[in-house]
Ligand binder design. Sequence first.
Ligand code: PMV
Length: 326
Amino acid sequence: MYVLEATAVACANIAFIKYWGKRDAELNLPANSSLSMNLDRLTTLTTVEFSPNYDDDLVILDGREETGAARQRIVTHLDRVRAMAGLRARAKVVSENSFPVGAGLASSASGFAALSLAASRAAGLELSQQELSILARFGSGSACRSVPGGFTEWTAGTCSEDSFATQIAPPEHWELRDVIAIVSRAHKRVGSTEGHALAPTSHLHQARVASVAERLAQAKAALLEKDLATLGPLIEEDAFSMHAVMMTSRPPIHYWLPSSIRLIHEVQNWRAEGLEVYFTFDAGPNVHLICQAGDQAEVERRLKGIEGVLEVIVSGPGPGARVIAP
Ligand code: PMV
């Protein structure tokens, strides 16, 4: 007998070593391994209900019915779960993000991690963490890293079965903070799916991919030792390396705004003054400032005085994807 309804919650994550470019777009296999921290304040709560009474899949995100490509991406993911469970029933998906809609923050990681768990559980599947991470990966690459809790590593692997994320340290390992400075709420012009496909057109892509393994090993060791003075510069180097690939793709992608660049310089000044804070970016202009809990208030205070910062959202290390009900 199927449990036909389940609700799950999952965190977004911020990558310290980024994933950019796919070696297999169909299987969503990444060009390189990546390392990230789950973000406890950026969550998606998703309820999936399969019912023979539904004629079609219905997707409601933050109170609005999804249509077109956004809906189709979720329907395709539901189809994966239906195929695994041998289920034909259509579903109703209701999903709520904890963070402001349109804040310019990626919701695909938390969204597909929560959807994978809620849909698989509703379909009666009891997936292992590894199987769930693989399923989430098909929805959105970075979503596989939101399945385990705390600090996670997505090993690029050799095939679909060994490309998933595992925990390298639990959330309580280190009181790190991601202080996100929102400088734009606009929807990005080039989404990550399109961006990943452009990566190989950059002459820097192969060089970046070849350099990741060493940087990731160093970053992982620094993370395990709670050594921000070593980890921070590696995080920044990797973000610049990814954006260099973006900026040299054909056509090029420029995600930074003047305020993003202003913040790069500010953070460098703050560091020279003794404040231990580093920055990173995803595929967008918003700046993620990484610091330890003891410096969070000072980083927030300084951000408040900067022109172009619309909003500040602070997250600590978050848990893995989990079922809330039933
Ligand atoms: O999971 P996707 O396809 O949205 O790609 C995420 C890409 C970056 O956020 C830019 C980097 C990363 O590793 O999270």
